[in-house]
Design a protein around this ligand. Structure first.
Ligand SMILES: Cc1cc2nc3c(=O)[nH]c(=O)nc-3n(C[C@H](O)[C@H](O)[C@H](O)COP(=O)(O)O)c2cc1C
Ligand SMILES: Cc1ncc(COP(=O)(O)O)c(C=O)c1O
Length: 231
């Protein structure tokens, strides 16, 4: 540890806005808030809307955890590009490290770390590829530069240098008529969406003295049960 950074004393206390926790609404997450079918959906939408309204940077960013063929976990940030009762959608390279891990173990976790909101949502479940039509529709909405970069990138594989990456990108750009062209860039074969179909969705809310609130919806056969977890 160097002298300038005192990591052991670095901490933020939560729940300061309502230390007594008596308001029962804003500050006191309870499993009774998880209602409907699926019971995680309405609170998920409300907390995402709150994060957007509060100006959280990249409010739809989530940390996706996967386990590779050797049983080794890895995490990385991706952008959530869709939420439905069926699950949480993101787009990426199917032959990336995460794509290979998902092929080996089709399960993932996703964590939305809304620390500025004193909130976190954690999702776990089976992963499926989205329908190609859904990938196509999302691809069509992406800026052309991002389409060209995704076409260029053999995601997660090494490349010798930045110069080599830019040369590859320029070659792909030329292939599609150069920077001013409006030629359609097709969806790369190894690119598309995944949907995490939740078995578990946990809502976490920071409270004073680390006595936090945790409420989760967990699949139980064909239905769901909700429960409180200890902090
Ligand atoms: C805020 C943020 C958002 C990102 N969103 C995505 C995304 O939606 N899809 C993606 O493939 N990579 C995204 N990335 C890059 C990934 O974190 C990661 O580097 C890449 O997907 C390769 O991961 P892998 O080698 O584990 O497969 C994002 C990175 C950041 C910091
Ligand atoms: C490599 C990569 N793919 C995809 C995304 C998702 O964003 P978008 O599809 O909006 O470009 C990101 C965002 O940072 C990214 O870095």
């Amino acid at each position: 540890m160097n002298d300038e950074v005192d990591l052991p004393s670095m901490r933020v206390g939560y729940g300061a806005a309502d230390p007594t926790g008596k308001d029962g609404v804003a500050a006191n997450l309870d499993p009774s808030w998880l209602v409907g079918d699926p019971p995680w959906r309405s609170l998920f939408d409300a907390w995402l809307a709150d994060a957007i309204a509060a100006g959280v940077v990249e409010p739809n960013a989530m940390i996706v955890g996967t386990v590779d063929a050797d049983g080794r976990p890895a995490t990385r940030t991706v952008l959530c590009k869709g939420v439905s009762d069926a699950g949480i959608v993101f787009f990426t390279g199917y032959d990336s490290d995460k794509g290979r891990a998902i092929a080996a173990h089709p399960y993932a976790s996703a964590t939305f770390p809304w620390i500025a909101m004193e909130r976190q949502i954690h999702v776990r479940g089976r992963v499926v590829k989205v329908d190609p039509a859904e990938t196509q529709a999302y691809w069509n909405s992406r800026p052309r530069g991002s389409q060209l970069s995704a076409t260029t990138s053999d995601q997660s594989r090494p490349i010798a240098s930045r110069d080599a990456l830019e040369a590859a990108a320029a070659a792909v750009s030329d292939e599609f008529g150069g920077p001013l062209s409006s030629t359609t860039v097709p969806v790369p074969e190894q690119w598309g969406g995944y949907r995490i179909e939740p078995d578990v969705v946990e809502f976490w809310q920071g409270r004073a003295d680390r006595l936090h609130n945790r409420a989760r919806a967990i699949r139980d056969g064909d239905s769901w049960r909700v429960e409180r977890l200890q902090p």
